[in-house]
Design a protein around this ligand. Structure first.
Ligand SMILES: [Zn+2]
Length: 90
């Protein structure tokens, strides 16, 4: 279940946005708006550096995701971005 990152309350209500149709919810206790964005998982720069090193060691994505507690879908996106950038610089 999703909880409010501000006050930790689970008292959330659905609050759909008219503009972009993204599912949104709002905390009834603190009034904070929460947007669900699958791709914007918070990964620290430090963790990304470790990911880079593990990738160089040819560790599988599922292995990295298990070790660092990162979702495989985030990793897949990250790797895709990386390769897209690399192919542009060539
Ligand atoms: Zn709250």
């Amino acid at each position: 279940m999703q909880v409010c990152p501000t006050c930790g309350s689970g008292n959330l209500v659905k609050n759909g946005s008219i503009h972009n149709k993204k599912p949104k919810s709002m905390c009834k206790d603190s009034g904070r708006q929460l947007t669900k964005n699958r791709k914007k998982e918070e990964i620290s720069e430090e963790k990304k550096n470790i990911v880079d090193r593990l990738l160089l060691e040819k560790i599988s994505l599922s292995g990295i995701s298990r070790v660092l507690w990162i979702s495989e879908s985030w990793l897949q996106d990250y790797v895709n971005d990386k390769y897209a950038q690399a192919s542009q610089t060539l």
